[in-house]
Design a protein around this ligand. Structure first.
Ligand SMILES: C[S@@+](CC[C@H](N)C(=O)[O-])C[C@H]1O[C@@H](n2cnc3c(N)ncnc32)[C@H](O)[C@@H]1O
Length: 250
């Protein structure tokens, strides 16, 4: 059994994930992949990572314990150790589907959601493999729905929902054209065109929109779109590399 350890960003993962059928696990700031056969040269070249041989027994291959957000929510891969955090979310990611929990936008959305008292429904718009929707359901929000335009993401999201034993309805939908599902809280970790469409669809049912997937120069326009529908910034978070997350409330 071989282990590959490398560092990089989401763009690199988009390139190498199709070549790593067993998936990639976050381990602190690094990524780790396992393979029973030597890794393809293309993967080694793209990642510049280090390979070492490890025992085939899965217990010896456990890596990290995912991420823990605000000391309350742990998000980890199936092969990672439980951290002991009160809410333990186990998600698998496959192919180009997004949502291992390792991205700061996902983590900031969770941190903002944790500041709300659960009560009512949540819609995760651009749900990827269902990570945020599953967190919401485990926190006690109901009903919870999620949509994404990538079919494989929804396929994996269904598996993740079952794996976590929660009630979440996920479906394929393109938020550029399809109806926008609404709820008391919307989780929208998605690019600006999705925010434009969501803002245009808001009704009185929606109390809070947790917005991410945007960088600092996109904030003004996104805030303006939601502002036109009566939503104001209640809390803002950001990372050094410019990712922004906002809670907008009305
Ligand atoms: C940054 S990822 C967030 C995934 C997940 N919510 C999370 O935080 O882990 C953005 C997601 O939005 C989805 N997306 C982008 N444009 C979309 C659209 N027009 N309709 C539906 N989903 C879309 C992408 O497929 C991707 O899964």
């Amino acid at each position: 059994m071989y282990r590959l350890t490398f560092s990089g960003d989401e763009d690199l993962l988009d390139v190498v994930l199709p070549l790593l059928p067993a998936g990639v696990h976050a381990d602190g700031d690094d990524f780790v992949a396992f393979s029973g056969a030597p890794f393809p040269p293309a993967v080694l070249q793209a990642t510049g990572g280090a390979v070492d041989e490890v025992p085939a027994d899965w217990r010896h291959r456990q890596v990290g314990s995912g991420v823990v957000i605000s000391g309350v929510v742990s998000i980890r891969a199936p092969f990672e150790r439980a951290s002991g955090a009160p809410i333990d979310v186990v998600v698998e990611r496959r192919g180009s589907a997004f949502g291992s929990g390792s991205h700061p936008t996902t983590q900031m959305c969770v941190a903002l959601l944790l500041e709300l008292e659960p009560g009512g429904g949540v819609a995760d718009l651009g749900c990827g493999v269902g990570t945020l929707a599953i967190v919401a359901a485990k926190l006690g929000w109901a009903p919870v729905v999620g949509v994404d335009r990538v079919p494989v993401a929804i396929e994996v999201a269904r598996e993740n929902v079952e794996r976590n034993g929660v009630q979440v309805d996920v479906a394929v939908a393109d938020l550029a054209v399809d109806d926008v599902p609404l709820a008391e809280v919307l989780l929208v970790n998605a690019p600006p065109p999705v925010h434009e469409r969501v803002a245009g669809a808001l009704t009185e049912q929606v109390r809070h929109v947790i917005v991410s997937g945007i960088v600092s120069h996109e904030v003004e326009d996104v805030v303006k779109r939601y502002g036109e529908r009566g939503f104001k910034v209640a809390k803002a978070l950001g990372t050094e590399d410019e990712w922004i997350a906002l809670r907008l409330s009305c």
